[in-house]
Design a protein around this ligand. Structure first.
Ligand SMILES: C[S@@+](CC[C@H](N)C(=O)[O-])C[C@H]1O[C@@H](n2cnc3c(N)ncnc32)[C@H](O)[C@@H]1O
Length: 195
């Protein structure tokens, strides 16, 4: 990356920061989860990190998102080790064994340019976080990007932040990364590890 490109991305966006953090933690052969596949950018990142000896489980409630993500990983030659689930991430526990997953990524909100009503909800997200906490191995990592700039997103962001704050009281290591000085509440990244 040139110095100019680097500068134009400062401060790094939550999506870039989440990947930067996970890059260190995911090893070839790991099994990981994309809880909100969307257009597949994170699914592809995860597939490249865990490689053909690993596995990515990607969830989305919208058929269009599953198709777009499948297309993205297929073009990159990674489709064989990505398992798509066209259902809510509340069902993560139906497809995983306890303590088997190295990382779970959530990018909350709605599919850009698509049906804004099919957004993630506080209720389902908290259920999916409970399922993820069971599925994560020791020293597993959760990343969650929250969008408090719209009403439902703000409710969800508060709920998720409170959930992780409670986790830190029971030994999880947690952090929040947010850009300051924006007109509307800016998207922020939460990270958590159980070991
Ligand atoms: C911001 S987009 C994700 C972007 C994606 N990670 C990417 O890299 O392109 C949020 C996605 O969450 C999906 N979604 C909403 N509710 C969901 C749920 N309960 N379970 C799984 N996915 C859900 C939406 O359909 C949408 O595609």
């Amino acid at each position: 990356m040139t110095a100019q490109e680097h500068e134009s991305q400062f401060p790094p966006r939550p999506t870039a920061l989440a990947r930067e953090i996970l890059r260190e933690w995911i090893r070839p052969g790991d099994t990981v989860i994309d809880a909100t596949a969307g257009n597949g950018h994170d699914t592809l990142f995860l597939a490249e990190r865990c490689g053909p000896d690993g596995r990515v489980l990607a969830f989305d409630v919208q058929k269009q998102a599953i198709e777009a993500s499948h297309q993205r990983v297929a073009v990159a030659g990674c489709a064989e080790w990505v398992e798509f689930h066209h259902c809510s991430h509340v069902r993560i526990g139906d497809f995983t064994k306890p303590a088997s997953i190295s990382a779970v990524m959530f990018n909350l909100g709605y599919l850009p340019g698509n049906d804004h009503h099919r957004t993630t909800t506080a209720e389902e997200t908290l259920m999916a976080l409970d399922a993820s906490a069971i599925a994560l191995k020791s020293r597993g990592v959760l990343t969650i990007i929250c969008y408090p700039g719209h009403e439902a997103g703000a409710v969800e962001a508060d709920a998720v932040e409170a959930y992780l704050t409670a986790k830190s009281a029971s030994g999880w290591r947690t952090a929040k990364y947010a850009i300051l000085g924006t007109l509307r509440p800016a998207p922020f990244l939460l990270v958590a590890s159980n070991g």
